[in-house]
Design a protein around this ligand. Structure first.
Ligand code: ADP
Ligand code: MG
Ligand code: MG
Length: 248
């Protein structure tokens, strides 16, 4: 579904990502761990094609096509979607207007807005004055309405209280669901996903397949995501950076 090949990225002339190789097979849910500032968000933003992330080496293949130089719009049309860590405020744009552009029918987003307790936010400017949890729910609502084949989640549970985490987790589980066609040996049911998490709470709702640890813009390890999470929790990232944990 997604192949990241030797990808190096600069922001403002500074190298942020260095020779990243990472795949997400059709239907797989892979997890990206790593300390603050490792470049996790930069990787997801680069995959989505946002400006400011300059690919200086390597390429991104999505559904067999080289999307490295495609616009955000083209990538979204192809079925790539993101729930951003820190989406911008959009003064003057109502959430309802954006959802109308994303979806083709109103009924779809009305129901989802109800599920995510976002109905009263539909006629407010996007993210303006929203709490941390409300921003996440708004992002997830937009993503669910888009219903992409490949989902990028950037710390979906950060800054969210426990009750809202359950609400988000259930909606994420539904979004990634097990429905749809799938063929081939390295193929699982449901959507493909690349998920950034610090706490691992989202993994209570998503059955993860493979984990990667990103440090200083490089993928240092890959392996069982649940084992990785346990090791990170008990030993921190120091050991991961040296990659003493024998995942590779
Ligand atoms: P993570 O998500 O792993 O915590 P980020 O991808 O947000 O890390 O950041 C990686 C590095 O890139 C950090 O050193 C950060 O300061 C830098 N960076 C991110 N965005 C910008 C930007 N717009 N301008 C300059 N540096 C940036
Ligand atoms: Mg961070
Ligand atoms: Mg980040």
């Amino acid at each position: 579904m997604l192949e990241i090949q030797n990808l190096s990225v600069e922001i403002g002339g500074r190298r942020i990502l260095n020779g990243i190789n990472l795949n997400v097979e059709n239907g797989f849910k892979n997890v990206l761990f790593g300390p603050n500032g490792a470049g996790k968000s930069a990787l997801l933003m680069t995959l989505m094609g946002f400006s400011g992330y300059k690919v200086v080496e390597g390429k991104i293949i999505f559904k067999g096509e080289d999307i490295t130089n495609m616009s955000v719009y083209e990538r979204a049309q192809m079925g790539l979607g993101i729930m951003a860590q820190r989406p911008p405020n959009m003064s003057g744009v109502k959430l309802r207007s954006l959802l109308g552009v994303i979806s083709k029918s109103d009924s779809k987003y009305d129901e989802l807005a109800e599920t995510l307790d976002m109905v009263r936010f539909l006629d407010r400017d996007i993210n303006v004055g929203f709490s941390g949890g409300e921003i996440k729910r708004s992002e997830l609502l937009q993503l669910s309405v888009q219903n992409p084949d490949m989902v990028l989640l950037d710390e979906p549970e950060s800054g969210v209280d426990l009750v809202s985490i359950a609400q988000l987790g259930i909606t994420i589980k539904e979004l990634l669901g097990g429905k749809g066609k799938c063929a081939g040996e390295r193929c699982k049911h449901g959507k493909s996903a690349l998920i950034i998490t610090h706490t691992g709470q989202v993994l209570d709702y998503v059955e993860a397949d493979r984990g990667f640890i990103l440090c200083n813009g490089k993928v240092m390890c890959s392996g069982n995501p649940y084992e990785m999470l346990e090791d990170i929790k008990s030993q921190g990232y120091e050991e991961c950076i040296k990659c003493k944990m024998n995942y590779l």
